[in-house]
Design a protein around this ligand. Structure first.
Ligand SMILES: Nc1nc2c(ncn2[C@@H]2O[C@H](COP(=O)(O)OP(=O)(O)O)[C@@H](O)[C@H]2O)c(=O)[nH]1
Ligand SMILES: [Mg+2]
Length: 236
């Protein structure tokens, strides 16, 4: 029974994938077989989308999915929300933001709450994203809120880390402290439809070194293809 579900999940059956993730989450029987798969090497890229709450990460993922739909790429999205007063709202936000894609054949979207006792991230996130890499997708996206050390550690799981910032100086200072500035491979200045984006990007470029700083607007669907072009994706 478990074997069948796992085989179906690996073939890309979304219902079976969801059941396997629940098995991992609940540490249920059958988990060891799934865990074994999740630790096997995979060439499928895991793209981390990190940034402060409200930066527009979910909106950006939604905008990216519009491009991936055109490219006919198969994509798994995992959103992780920290246990915080924002928790319910954040989960709801992810749902609303990506709602139009939930029934899309090529996309699998799952929001995970944190079960960490220290306010850290979902303890099984490594297994879950690792397993998804084997479920017939072209890439896996991981949205995390980058506010603490555990979030930085999880961001490090990703093959490519996109740090989403907005044209307000407060975020800049917050990220200088958290260590995410250092692990970011690409900077996305979202809400570039707002004033101050150019100036913010200019200041960010001075810190970014050789790393790209891209101006994007999720709501206006601008700069998204340029951002995606930085991803190490090849269609199977
Ligand atoms: N003006 C503007 N607002 C945006 C943009 N992207 C997202 N937002 C808004 O920012 C808020 C937070 O977006 P959300 O995607 O939930 O952020 P997350 O917490 O980082 O996932 C929402 O009200 C969005 O409509 C953008 O490109 N421009
Ligand atoms: Mg979000």
């Amino acid at each position: 029974m478990k074997e069948t579900i796992i085989q179906e999940a690996l073939a890309g059956n979304k219902k079976s994938i969801a059941r396997c993730i629940s098995l991992i989450e609940n540490n249920a029987e059958g988990n060891s077989a799934i865990a074994e798969i999740s630790h096997q090497p995979s060439s499928i890229p895991l793209i981390g989308i990190t940034g402060p709450p409200g930066a527009g990460k979910s909106s950006l993922v939604d905008a990216m999915l519009a491009v991936f739909a055109k490219q006919k790429l198969k994509v798994a999205v995992v959103c992780v929300d920290p246990s915080s007063p924002f928790h319910t709202g954040a989960l709801l936000g992810d749902r609303i933001r990506m709602n139009r894609w939930h029934d899309h054949d090529d996309f699998f979207i799952r929001s995970l709450s944190s079960r960490g006792t220290t306010g850290g991230l979902h303890p099984m996130i490594k297994e879950i994203t690792g397993f998804l890499k084997h479920c017939s997708f072209d890439l896996v996206l991981l949205e995390t809120v980058g506010v603490g050390q555990s979030e930085v550690d999880v961001a490090k799981l990703a093959n490519l880390k996109v740090l989403v910032l907005v044209p307000e100086a407060g975020d800049e200072i917050q990220f200088m402290k958290s260590g995410l500035m250092e692990v970011a491979d690409v900077f996305a200045v979202n809400k570039s439809d707002r004033p101050g984006a150019e100036l913010f990007a200019k200041r960010l470029r001075m810190m970014a070194g050789h790393r790209p700083v891209l101006l994007v607007s999720a709501v206006n669907q601008q700069g998204i293809e340029e951002l995606i072009a930085a991803f190490p994706v090849s269609k199977k």
